[in-house]
Design a binder for this molecule. Structure first.
Ligand code: ATP
Length: 207
């Protein structure tokens, strides 16, 4: 073993994925390449604390959609770690579990610019920041730079863990896809065909 070899890196793409769409896949793929990640593990949230107030599709359906979407990329995987956990899903617990599963790896948690700006509101933010690197992928309509200023002021020691990078802009959101289905508008080409077919089969988002 070469003890001077840089540590291997695992990417984590957390999200509600209700449903998964090309915005998620493009951010994950570009981050994988840019940060030399060995693979990216998609972790659908079980019970997301920040999405209270609207009915989130069952974890089983969301997991299945991610599974179908990632199967043609050998660098992508899906994990049921959060959906099997009781209670709310907190990133701090997921990062601890991932360190147990991958003790030799550095973790890189991938978010869009909107989620990146919210990191301060996450439970046990100090631990969260110390457990992983964070990648903020650009997302139309969201500017993460203000967050970086706050970070510089309040947690300067974590700046080397925080990375912003540009991905091709895709103004796609799960919210928009859900409304489109409800209104009978097309969603083809906003998300993988396998996910679109699952939405049809399972009759999601119409009610
Ligand atoms: P919703 O519209 O229901 O809030 P969403 O489209 O934001 O959902 P999530 O599952 O909440 O999707 O997002 C998971 C992660 O993917 C978040 O970090 C989010 O910022 C990022 N993300 C989602 N869509 C895009 C996009 N179009 N470009 C870049 N990042 C994205």
């Amino acid at each position: 073993m070469n003890i001077n070899a840089p540590p291997k890196r695992i990417g984590i793409m957390g999200g509600t994925f209700d449903p998964l769409h090309y915005g998620h896949l493009v951010a994950a793929e570009m981050a994988r390449h840019e940060f030399a990640l060995e693979k990216v593990i998609f972790i659908p949230t079980g019970n997301p604390p920040h999405k209270v107030g609207r009915r989130v599709t069952s974890p089983g359906d969301r997991y299945e959609m991610v599974k179908r979407a990632v199967r043609d990329n050998r660098f992508f995987e899906v994990s049921d770690l959060e959906i099997l956990r009781e209670g709310y899903s907190y990133t701090v617990d997921t990062l601890k579990d991932m360190h147990e599963l991958y003790p030799q790896h550095e973790l890189y948690f991938i978010t869009g610019a909107d989620a990146f700006r919210e990191i301060f509101t996450w439970r046990e933010v100090q631990s969260v920041l110390s457990l992983s690197h964070f990648i903020g992928a650009s997302r139309p309509g969201f500017d993460p730079h203000e967050f970086l200023e706050e970070l510089k002021r309040d947690y300067p020691e974590f700046l080397p863990h925080m990375h912003l990078f540009d991905v091709p802009a895709l103004a796609i959101s799960s919210t928009d896809i859900r409304s489109r289905v409800k209104e009978g508008k097309p969603i083809r080409y906003l998300l993988p065909e396998s996910v679109r077919l699952y939405i049809e089969e399972a009759d999601l988002y119409r009610a």
